[in-house]
Ligand binder design. Structure first.
Ligand SMILES: [Cu+2]
Length: 216
């Protein structure tokens, strides 16, 4: 199970519950509308309350809310455990990530490789974080100025990035690919262009990158 997998499971569960609530409410609404129209002309019920029905409804809602809180906390705990395991792995790849107005710098602790760029306008000048496939990668993130947030939408990874503080995200890339990363915290004029790439490559290519300092 990956971090993305845990996220997908919880999202699907919550979507299913939301969908079921929508269907139940819609069906009840239609049923009562049809019944009311069929009985048009009859006086409306003078009954002011229905304690059993109202209490049952409140208990059902409370039950759903408690269930969602518990399963979400459990999923969060599983993610934290997975991240702790990645951070403690002997072959973990550590990268210092610095956010600044308005781009990113990635400094590999395994070697001299450091990547930055100009995020604005031209995609060719965006920085690319190169990581190996199959090894845990820990991103240790801080900001040079204001609050930013690192977000890789396709991998369901997101973390705030603060000045004078280091946040950590750990993840394993199990296949080769390139993903778009963004800043998801409004941080000033060029916030919308603060994009970067993450590229997962085989170990040998990663070692070449570390030695040369530039993506092959
Ligand atoms: Cu931003």
């Amino acid at each position: 199970m990956s971090i993305r997998g845990i996220f997908d499971d919880i999202f699907l569960l919550e979507l299913s519950i939301a969908g079921a609530v929508f269907v139940v409410i819609t069906v009840l609404l239609v049923v009562f509308l049809v019944r009311r129209r069929a009985g048009a002309g009859r006086p409306a019920s003078s009954r002011a309350d229905n304690i059993v029905l109202e209490v049952s409804y409140a208990v059902a809602l409370l039950g759903i809310a408690v269930f969602l809180v518990v399963v979400t906390a459990q999923a969060n705990h599983r993610q934290q455990q997975m991240q702790a395991q990645f951070r403690g792995a002997p072959d973990v790849v550590r990268v210092d990530v610095t956010a600044f107005q308005w781009c990113w710098r990635f400094q590999h602790l395994d070697g001299p490789a450091s990547t930055t760029g100009t995020c604005q306008e031209d995609p060719a000048t965006r920085p690319t974080l190169v990581v190996p496939i199959g090894r845990p990668v820990e991103l240790r993130m801080t900001s040079h100025d204001v609050v930013h947030a690192l977000w890789i939408p396709d991998l369901a990874l997101k973390s705030d990035v603060y000045p004078d503080h280091t946040n950590s995200l750990a993840v394993t890339f199990d296949h080769a690919g390139t993903w778009l990363g963004r800043c998801s915290e409004f941080c000033g004029t060029h916030h919308p262009t603060m994009d970067f790439y993450v590229r997962a490559v085989p170990e040998q290519e990663y070692q070449q990158y570390l030695a040369s300092g530039s993506p092959a």
